[in-house]
Design a binder for this molecule. Structure first.
Ligand code: MG
Length: 460
């Protein structure tokens, strides 16, 4: 390249070389002192990238707490990452409520040792290295533990930058985050009344479930397996054919009473046979569901194409996926419409945002999993991602009891069906550790055993 005066301009590489030599000369007192240049380069490279002092991880610990007083509610697990900068720490959700104590062990006995002394700034590097640190990987316990650290590092980075995390993810795409809430009931009329109450509270989207969650329990007659003494007394029963007949009637009843404006979702919870699901979804088309959630279990992946080609109903999927790679093929082939990820289950903000961005290319929207077994820290993380993702679809949940608000100061707030993050740096949420210590978790896991009439296990 030449200048206006026709003198050759230095290429970028030449310029760097010259500056490097000049600097080396200043340090070493003469050209050609290669050792001095190397020393200067080393000094340059060791400097923090943003003019802030380097921050190392000092400790990683799990905090287990019940979501309700007196031993009630779900087991929540939150990870606290402390740094070498006094007072600077981050929080992340690691809630796998059914195996909470296993996650606590993974965090306290393994991730703490792995993380201490590492750079708190390098989130991607931490995620990648921790992910393979046990060689055997990719399960819900380790993914949740990793999520706790990952989200805490995003929290720390936000605090370091003095910005909310959504700013670090690209800034707001919307003023707030629209949500759905769930209602259930034993009859279509009862459910319709409950939907009307939610509409009055400002909700534009409601998920409707007949009977027990996922159709378990109250639909159908007494199970024969219980009369025969098979299984345990607490095992649940599901008559899948009664369920399949009841769901279209539920939609019909709710549409009649609540009108066309309200958006309706429903969760099949992966409990029916693929052909039966196809037939039911065809019947549901006339009621225009916003989405049908988890129509197939992960063991029935090959049915996706048939399902997709058989109905125009929109689907949300992915709650039971363990690894972000599981999303690639179905998303690239447009097999579902909403990404249904339990963010801590997949390993935190870092991997979840990769799937969210992937969705932008294939017109698949986000619908992060947000029931009571996501901690308020996890809900905050989701709202930050929702704000910054163009292809956001809908967010589940986001209402908290007074107990949870005292336990987690800075919870996201809901108004008129919209969730708002507070604009504090990081995830904007804290934990009252003294109060948490009074409500320790236990090994209660709920009973996820659901059986057919003859006692056969149904996979959720
Ligand atoms: Mg679900």
């Amino acid at each position: 390249m030449k200048s206006k005066e026709n003198k050759p301009l230095l290429g970028r590489r030449d310029a760097v070389k010259t500056i490097g030599l000049g600097s080396a000369a200043m340090v070493s007192g003469g050209f050609g002192n290669f050792t001095g240049e190397q020393a200067l380069q080393k000094e340059k490279l060791s400097k923090p990238p943003v003019g802030l002092p380097p921050v190392k991880i000092k400790s990683v610990k799990a905090i287990g707490v019940k979501s309700a007083p007196e031993g009630r509610g779900s087991n929540l697990v939150v990870v606290k990452v402390e740094t070498t900068e006094p007072g600077l720490y981050g929080l992340g959700c690691a809630t796998f409520t059914q195996r909470a104590l296993a996650v606590v062990t993974a965090v306290d006995s393994y991730l703490n040792d792995f993380c201490v002394g590492r750079d708190a700034d390098n989130i991607e590097d931490m995620w990648q290295s921790a992910y393979v640190s046990s060689y055997w990987r990719n399960g819900p316990v380790l993914n949740n533990a990793l999520s706790g650290v990952d989200q805490a590092l995003w929290d720390i980075k936000g605090k370091r930058a003095n910005m909310p995390v959504y700013q670090l993810l690209g800034g707001k795409c919307r003023f707030a985050v629209d949500t759905y809430t769930s209602v259930s009931g034993s009859t279509p009329e009862q459910i319709a009344d409950n939907v009307l109450k939610q509409m009055e509270a400002g909700q534009r989207h409601v998920r409707i479930q007949l009977g027990g969650y996922g159709g378990v329990g109250t639909i159908g007659r007494d199970p024969d397996f219980q009369a025969a003494g098979f299984g345990l007394p607490g095992d649940s029963f599901m008559d899948d054919q009664a369920y399949l007949r009841a769901v279209p009637r539920m939609f019909e009843g709710v549409r009649k009473k609540c009108g066309e404006e309200i958006e309706l979702c429903h969760d099949i919870h992966e409990r029916c046979q693929p052909r039966d699901v196809i037939q039911m979804c065809r019947q549901l088309e006339q009621y225009r569901p916003f989405f049908i959630e988890d129509p197939l279990s992960p063991e029935n992946t090959k049915w996706w194409k048939h399902l997709r080609e058989s109905t125009t109903v929109q689907f949300a999927m992915g709650e039971l996926f363990n690894n972000i790679n599981e999303f690639l093929e179905p998303m690239a082939n447009h097999l579902f419409d909403f990404i249904r990820i339990h963010v801590s289950q997949i390993g935190g903000i870092t991997p979840a945002m990769k799937v969210a961005r992937l969705g932008e290319w294939f017109n698949v929207r986000t619908a992060w999993h947000g029931p009571g077994d996501v901690s308020p820290v996890g809900h905050s993380a989701q709202v930050h991602m929702d704000l910054a993702s163009w292809n956001f679809g809908i967010q589940e949940g986001g209402t908290f009891s007074d107990f949870l608000r005292e336990l987690f100061p800075g919870c996201v707030t809901k108004q008129n069906g919209y969730l708002f993050a507070n604009d504090s740096p990081g995830l904007g949420i804290d934990i009252n550790e003294k109060l948490a210590a009074k409500h320790p978790i236990n090994n209660s896991a709920g009973n996820w055993t659901v059986r057919k009439k003859d006692g056969t296990i149904i996979r959720p």
